[in-house]
Design a protein around this ligand. Sequence first.
Ligand code: GCU
Ligand code: CA
Length: 465
Amino acid sequence: MKLFLATSVVAGVLSVLPATTATAAPLRYEAETAPATCSGTIDANHSGYSGTGFCNASNEVGAAAQFTVNATTAGTATVGIRFASGTTTARPADIIVNGTRTAATSFEGTGAWSTWTTKTLAVQVNAGSNTIRFNPTTAAGLPNVDYLDFEVTGSGAVGTGRPNDPNIQYYGRWDRSNASFYSMGWAGGYLDARFTGTSIGVRQRNAIDLFYSIDGGALQWRRNVSGNVTLATGLSNTAHTVRIGYRERAGSYNGDPVFGGLILPSGTQTAPVTRPANFVEFIGDSITVGQPNANRPFAAYGWLAGEALRAGHTQVAEGGACLVSQGCTGMMDWFRRSTSRSTTDDWNFSTYQATGVVINLGTNDVGHGVSGAQFQQGYIVLLERVRRAYPNAEIFAMGTFRNRYVPETRNAVTARTTAGDTKVRFVDTTGWINSTTDLVDSVHPSEAGHRKIAQRLSPILDQYL
Ligand code: GCU
Ligand code: CA
């Protein structure tokens, strides 16, 4: 094996963010830049790499890529390793931290040598300098390695603006397992924070449509942004609030709805924001997501009603969803998941308690041949599951706007009331919207239609919440 010790004119210089931002962003260490080492060659023949090249380690056991990183404190660090592999066979490697094998990983094929992806790992580090070595355990060697992002994330310091900053309030079903990027499930998730100073930004990963508002102003879109995104500059040098949310992943849209932390004005910290006493989950299908309107999720009735009530809110909803899982995403089951893409009932209901749950389901079950009896039985099961998840929530079962399974919905509510549930109610939506003027197609309310629905729904919710 030939050992190539990377030396470069920029040796020792890290790619860091401008010194004017105090940020949650990790430091980036390029594989071609010393003190990184590469048991192979530094190549530049496959596009898409960062810096001046990437490490093409030799195809053999032990032909490693090694990074030397600096940790501000000891603790758990989040490591993002960017790589490409044009093969279909995964390439396993040991992770060796400061000379000790601490874990193993495997680099799957990325589809092409010019298609780069980032794998996120957690490692324990000491304060100061640490080596992180990827040591291949098969004759295939490593994939091509572009860089390593490194950040100590295990301390959870208050005020940092990092995803784990307890001053940041999250609404909706967020996956917090990656300390660098919290990931929004379903639709209509958002976060609120308070900061001081003249600018604010947010750290994203891959491209996403995000929306935000400053100081409770109108929500605005930033479409197709990635990396460090400046949201506002030139603000008054005082305290401000910011809300950030993301477009839902759905259909062919594969945006990356993750929050990687706030980019705060230099030398500043976040401060606590008040979390409303009420939190309402709206369970439904495309109507509840707000599709196909451009300003979904925040032009949808659930968002509008939640705001009118000054409650927190989210849309546990997906286009095409049904109540019953019969060739369809059946929300009686999927309700228990963190996203529409989860394959297990992975949502941890102790993360938060909803005080209100609004269900709007049945529009799509017809197309999947669900019988009235099946629907009614399934609805009872959903109501039972919601009750188990949220013992004190007020539950509202809306009649569908197209009048589908309305008697069954009503009967299911009655069954639960008879069984002793005193906080479940049927909501009659007859006449709320006009099917000739308030729909964008034959099914989905326009933004004006959503406003009408919210105006009818909010006072009903308000009576009980
Ligand atoms: C190809 C590719 C290299 C890669 C190598 C490998 O030769 O061009 O960049 O490192 O395969 O299989 O490791
Ligand atoms: Ca190689």
